[in-house]
Design a binder for this molecule. Structure first.
Ligand code: ADP
Ligand code: ZN
Length: 737
């Protein structure tokens, strides 16, 4: 029997575990662990397992129910605590997004191995045998001598690194070890991450850039602020925020740069290196577990000074974070809709607010939210009026597909073909943009009308001809390219309807057989390295015509690109959701902005059936300000975000009737309150995904309404969902599908 202390003397510790549970669990302090502090990593028993968690409250009040089963903390891990600012952030993210705090902790502990001592790394160093006492018959070849010279200095070397330094194979190293000239050694733990040097290569800023940089610099060290850098693509926004990074490095703090796509990081890394002498540390999902573990540790220990990453980088355990840059702040990729929904831009602002440091948002086409925050004086702004080098923004021309349709079975309209022909003859690049992967969005039988649809989702199967398959873009289901119609058994009756990028590429190769072409779409590029190589090839002029999805639309700098043709400018306007116009404007502006960044001015062609649409008109007239003004007043009129608040509630389940039932029950239990309305339930526009039926409710509230408190109260009144139905909450929803 363990000795039990008299009541009243035990210390209760609440520990947050990375699990989908409501709050922290109570434990007893174990005498051997010593005193604990908030943020300490501990190992605790739960059920039959042990978990790593974080001390939430080191001297929690006596739990309401102290059962005999209250267990003790097992051990404290020998690592620095999770920084308190990061813990406060965890709490705030959970509250704002109505997520379970344990799930946010899970994102923060994405690499649990980082909490344990690193296994020693094996390496080699100079051995006891030297050139003077060589074993017999051992010849000191040139290669071997190079290795010994490189290993000079007494430090241990990783074998592969030494081999590459000396320009030999690892076999040569092994030979030297056998002969005793090198010996095995444990390398010291903890990689030294080279520090970026703020003075490495200062850039001469233009007057406008210098003014913008000065404003950012004064914001540093002055507590929380959010500043928008707004300027056309190529105006030097990156150069300007590099100055803010330089300042924060001088102040001895860490900086985080968020980018919406890892595809963007390649050029970024090189530019950063040019400015600061070393590459920053990248963080995204395409890293090996070992790399992730090292980075997590090094960020935690403050050895990494600058991280560039995808939205999940927000949850790294920064010890001394002092600045976050959100580049392309308007980008939809910042929104995560998963078990935990959150918007990385907004959470970055929250992190800055809690950590009392500045946030910088950069975009050529800011989100309406950010624009309005600037108008309201909540965010500061700096403006870069023109491109560096003085190139004008490309001229945008509309091609009215009603007047100038492509030939039958083709997708590129005659004026665009003509323009491409000229650009090709002039030795410059064209880019055709279509935001749809694959060959065709629909395959049907012309004999019986059979359509290929996904059995588990409300969606068509998209033809991917290059990979000879049909695929569902919702669940990934893939079937081989069919030859027969499964419904009427006829052969050669299947037709592809509509275009995807592969089909555009097919047309390009027919029309321009001699052009060097490349297609870029997320399903056709392999690793991040592969993608980087392709982007570099384009930048270096290895291709004449590029066909791509939105993968190509953002951020890249292609000096020789002169023409951008948008195959279907209307594509994003179809759903008519809240942000359809805004998104379309941003995306098309962005993709056209790839052209004419150096030398000759570029041209953009938009193929559209809606030349009179405000988005098309604004783009053609180069009237961004007019577009924003109009869009903002429309939102204001309808009290839509950012003039009102929304939360999306999605219910899913295997049985349609049960989902509908629960959705109705949920709606019926909604408390009536001033300033809030509950709309729905209604079947979601995409009624089924992965075999789960979907119903939606939309909660619309006044701007000053405490939506989170209302929702929490409502859900507790309603109680848990029944019949296997899952409810997910999306505060500030971006998608309504
Ligand atoms: P943005 O981020 O606004 O798209 P960038 O910072 O990428 O603009 O700048 C576009 C290009 O112009 C880059 O190649 C950049 O190196 C160059 N550039 C911008 N400002 C300067 C400057 N002051 N001196 C030298 N090159 C500059
Ligand atoms: Zn599917």
């Amino acid at each position: 029997m363990p000795e039990s202390k008299p009541p009243g003397t035990e210390i209760f510790v609440s520990v947050l575990l990375p699990l989908a549970v409501e709050g922290a669990y109570s434990y007893l302090l174990n005498a051997e662990t010593g005193n604990l502090a908030r943020g300490n990593f501990v190992q605790v028993p739960l059920g039959t397992r042990e978990y790593v968690g974080v001390v939430w409250d080191a001297s929690a009040p006596r739990p309401d129910v102290v059962s005999a089963k209250l267990r003790a903390i097992k051990t404290r891990l020998d690592v620095p605590p999770l920084p308190l600012a990061q813990l406060d952030f965890l709490d705030a993210v959970a509250r704002y997004n109505l997520a379970q705090p344990g799930m946010i902790l899970r994102m923060m502990l994405s690499v649990e191995e980082a909490l344990y001592p690193a296994p020693p790394r094996k390496g080699v160093q100079l051995g006891s045998v030297t050139a003077d006492n060589l074993p017999e018959a051992f010849r000191l070849t040139a290669a071997r001598s190079r290795v010994l010279a490189a290993a000079e200095g007494g430090l241990g070397w990783n074998k592969a690194a030494l081999a590459s330094e000396a320009g030999v194979s690892v076999g040569v190293i092994d030979g030297l070890v056998s002969a005793g000239l090198l010996e095995d050694v444990d390398l010291p733990v903890g990689t030294n991450v080279p520090a970026p040097d703020p003075a490495h290569h200062k850039v001469d800023l233009t007057a406008a850039q210098a003014e913008a940089a000065a404003k950012l610099r004064t914001a540093i060290g002055a507590g929380y602020s959010a500043t928008l850098i707004d300027g056309v693509t190529g105006s030097g926004k990156t150069e300007v925020y590099f100055e803010a990074i330089a300042t924060i490095l001088e102040a001895g703090q860490q900086a985080l740069v968020l980018l919406p796509e890892i595809a963007l990081t390649a050029q970024f890394l090189n530019r950063f290196e040019k400015r600061f002498g070393v590459k920053p540390t990248e963080w995204h999902s395409d890293l090996t577990p070992a790399t992730r573990r090292d980075i997590w540790r090094n960020v935690h220990r403050g050895e990494v000074r600058v991280v560039v990453g995808a939205r999940s980088a927000l949850f790294l355990p920064f010890a001394e974070l002092g600045l976050i840059i959100v580049d392309e702040e308007h980008d939809p990729a910042y929104k995560q809709v998963d078990r935990v929904s959150y918007h990385a831009r907004d959470m970055a602002v929250l992190r800055g607010f809690l950590g009392k440091f500045p946030i910088v948002l950069a975009s050529a086409t800011p989100s309406i939210e950010t624009r309005v925050n600037v108008d309201r004086g909540k965010y500061a702004s700096v403006h870069l009026p023109s491109r560096f080098g003085g190139q004008p923004f490309p001229d945008i021309r509309l091609i009215d597909l009603r007047e100038n349709p492509p030939e039958r079975g083709q997708w590129i309209a005659p004026p665009l073909v003509e323009a491409m022909t000229k650009v090709l003859a002039a030795g410059r690049q064209s880019l055709l943009f279509l935001n749809r992967r694959g060959y065709a969005p629909l395959t049907l039988c012309r004999k019986c009308g059979h359509r290929f649809v996904c059995p588990d989702c409300s969606s068509w199967l998209v033809a991917h001809r290059f990979q000879k398959k049909l695929q569902c873009h919702h669940c990934g289901l893939t079937i081989p390219e069919p030859r027969l119609c499964p419904s009427c058994d006829h052969e050669d009756t299947l037709v592809a309807c509509g275009p995807g990028v592969e089909r555009i590429m097919e047309e390009v190769t027919q029309r321009f057989p001699d052009a060097r072409t490349i297609i870029l779409s997320s399903d056709l590029v392999g690793s991040a390295a592969d993608m980087r190589e392709k982007f570099e090839g384009i930048a270096n002029g290895a291709f004449d015509i590029i066909v791509g999805t939105q993968l190509i639309a953002k951020g890249h700098h292609f000096p020789n690109l002169n023409l951008v043709g948008v195959i279907d400018a209307d594509l994003g306007l179809g759903h008519g959701d809240l942000r359809a116009s805004e998104r379309t404007f941003q995306l098309l502006h962005q993709v056209v902005g790839r052209a004419g960044r150096e030398s000759e001015p570029g041209i953009g062609y938009l193929q559209t059936h809606m030349t009179e649409h405000p988005v098309m008109q604004a783009l053609a007239a180069g009237d961004g300000d007019g577009f924003y003004a109009q869009e903002i007043s429309a939102r204001e009129r309808t009290a839509m975000p950012p003039f009102g608040r929304l939360a999306g509630l999605l219910l899913t389940g295997r049985e349609r009737y049960q989902v509908e039932d629960q959705a109705r029950r949920l709606a019926a239990t909604a408390p009536r309150q001033d300033g809030v309305r509950v709309l729905g339930p209604a079947e979601a526009p995409i009624g089924m995904v992965r075999g789960r039926h979907r119903f939606r409710l939309l909660v619309k509230a006044r701007l000053d309404f405490d939506l989170q408190t209302y929702l929490r109260h409502w859900f507790s009144v309603c109680g848990p969902m029944r019949g296997g139905v899952r409810l997910s909450v999306d505060v500030d929803p971006q998608s309504f599908l």
